[in-house]
Design a protein around this ligand. Structure first.
Ligand code: SF4
Ligand code: SF4
Length: 141
């Protein structure tokens, strides 16, 4: 069996050539079977990777600030008012059918959330590709 630079295995056969990729584990862009290459290249650029719940909450917070300003709400009253509004809103609808509770996770405490992104929205790693980079942990560096 032969293996090229990108880790593609090539098995010569009598009639056809079978091509399979080596697993992407160990790549610095790999996380739970998903690929963070594009996110690492342009952090925050692909809004589709964001956790939908966090994105909605952020947009609700922006709307709230605009309304607070229009109604002349004093600056110091804003956190308290938002606290109450947020609790009502969060209780009313989480609005994500894929949410799974993770007691140890940061807001929104979902097992699919990672640094404000949703792993389910990231592209799958289909195996070692030309962007593969060996992950070097701090002890090895
Ligand atoms: S091997 Fe390629 S597809 Fe897989 S995580 Fe790394 S960069 Fe992404
Ligand atoms: S599954 Fe979790 S991380 Fe993904 S959008 Fe829903 S709440 Fe956010």
């Amino acid at each position: 069996m032969l293996s090229n630079r990108e880790g593609v295995r090539v098995t010569p056969g009598r009639m056809m050539v079978e091509v399979t990729r080596l697993p992407g584990e160990g790549c610095r862009h790999h996380e739970n079977g998903r690929c963070l290459y594009e996110e690492h290249l342009n952090p925050g650029y692909a809004s589709g990777y964001r956790c939908a719940v966090l994105a909605r909450w952020e947009s609700a917070f922006d709307d709230f600030l605009v309304r607070a300003e229009l109604f002349g709400v004093e600056q110091k009253a804003v956190p308290d008012l938002w606290d109450r509004q947020f609790q009502r809103m969060a209780r009313k609808a989480f609005q994500c059918g894929e949410y799974e509770y993770n007691a140890d996770g940061d807001v929104p405490a979902c097992i699919h959330a990672s640094g404000g992104l949703c792993r389910l929205r990231l592209p799958r790693c289909e195996g070692r590709c030309r962007h593969y980079q060996i992950e070097i942990n701090e002890e090895q560096a």
